[in-house]
Design a protein around this ligand. Structure first.
Ligand code: GLA
Length: 393
């Protein structure tokens, strides 16, 4: 595939130059949903689907971007001196935003580049295609322009692109998982301190199946920002008495003893999810470490129920697919993953039962929702990196 993409690069940009190739994955989140912007823990892993970027430095200051996923948009061009957001540049605002943000952070460059992108993350599936394109641009920038960028700084700058350049008020989880991922491991990340540890994902005879509801979700248009502000108001109410700066600092007991301080009933439910989900996430790592995959699965189920009933970010499609998965033989747990409101769920399924699982879940899903779901096994791969010469993709 790399050689095909190299040929496409040469044809599209009409050049004989051989580009360098970089890759950044997408991610799934095993547990710890809507906890990142609440200063809690998350437990994501980077997957083998992702975004490839092939790039070559230019002599002048032009940038030319092309995506194999959006051929109708053609080559999108801009000058190094004007990388500001431009709605007509569509998807190319992501790499533009990353380059501008890196430059503003002091990584100055004086040349442009030709860059071709190809991504195999299903569109709008909630598997972090935007963090993937931000981070692949980050490693490409680092490689092409010979910079040395601390990886966690790159992760933070990716989040800054999302928050300030694109305008989505997301937390740090996606960029962290995409930038810091490690093959066969998930990352337990404390989003308050950015302390993290890797944990091998060893599920005995089970695999993680990604279940795509094929209901696209768009983060900017969703109720994501609304949930954030509901949690912020709940926190302010609690701060009248408690010296805390995030919901992630509370134990479930402390929450129960003080929840009356949250005046609005809905905000109280949102905060309850954030606090209990954080506790579940820490517990999930303990269970996984002890090889208690069944208990891990139960925590996943509880996470989904809380996201459905207290945080209210699931909806018909995610609930149907997850509840169908729960009924199947050989399933230890299932839950939505990512922001919610559509997109993907994950299930831990016994290897032997995967085929019948897909068939049964899809039958229930299609019967209720009216169209098919798509299933893929999740392979946990590395975070953003340069692909070595000759590495096959
Ligand atoms: C999206 C955001 C993340 C996180 C999740 C929910 O993926 O980008 O920061 O908040 O939703 O856990």
């Amino acid at each position: 595939m790399t050689s095909n993409l190299q040929q496409s690069f040469k044809n599209i940009f009409n050049t004989a130059v051989t580009p360098r190739t970089f890759f950044a994955p997408g991610r799934i989140n095993l547990i710890g949903e809507h906890t990142d912007y609440n200063g809690g823990h998350v437990f994501p892993a980077s997957i083998s689907f992702g975004t490839y970027a092939l790039g070559a430095k230019r002599e002048d200051q032009q940038f030319r971007f092309y995506s194999m996923n959006f051929p109708d948009k053609g080559i999108i061009e801009c000058d190094l001196s004007n990388l500001n957001y431009d709605p007509s540049h569509d998807w190319a605002n992501y790499p533009k935003g990353m380059i501008l943000t890196l430059m503003e952070a002091g990584y100055d460059i004086s040349h442009g580049a030709d860059i071709l992108f190809y991504g195999n993350i299903p569109n709008g599936a909630g598997l972090s295609s935007s963090a993937s394109i931000e981070l692949v641009t980050g490693v490409l920038f680092e490689g092409l322009f010979e910079k040395n960028i601390d990886r966690i700084e790159m992760v933070r700058l990716g989040q800054k692109v999302e928050n300030e350049y694109i305008g989505v008020n997301s937390g740090i989880m996606d960029q962290f998982a995409v930038g810091m991922g490690k093959q066969y491991h998930a990352i337990l990340l404390n989003c308050d301190t950015l302390d993290y540890k890797y944990a091998p994902v060893d599920l005995n005879n089970h695999v993680i199946m990604i279940m795509n509801t094929n209901k696209q979700r768009t983060l900017a248009g969703s109720k994501y920002n609304e949930r954030r502000s509901e949690c912020e108001i709940a926190l302010k109410d609690l701060q009248k008495k408690l010296p805390i700066h995030s919901l992630g600092e509370l134990t479930t007991e402390e929450f129960e003893n003080n929840k009356h301080l949250i005046t609005d009933e809905i905000n109280q439910k949102r905060a309850k999810h954030a606090v209990y989900e954080n506790a579940r996430t820490i517990e999930a790592l303990n269970q996984l470490k002890q090889g208690k995959v069944e208990n891990f699965g139960t925590l996943m189920n509880e996470s989904h129920i809380s996201l459905r009933d207290d945080y209210e970010v699931t909806g018909l499609e995610l609930d149907t697919i997850v509840e169908a998965a729960w009924q199947q033989d050989g399933v230890l747990g299932a839950r939505m993953t990512g922001a919610g409101f559509g997109g993907c769920a994950i299930a831990i399924v016994e290897k032997e039962k995967v085929e019948i699982f897909k068939e049964n879940v899809n039958a229930i899903y299609k019967g209720k929702v009216g169209y098919d779901a798509t299933f893929y096994p999740a392979t946990i791969g590395d975070g953003a990196k340069r692909l070595d010469k000759g590495e096959l993709i």
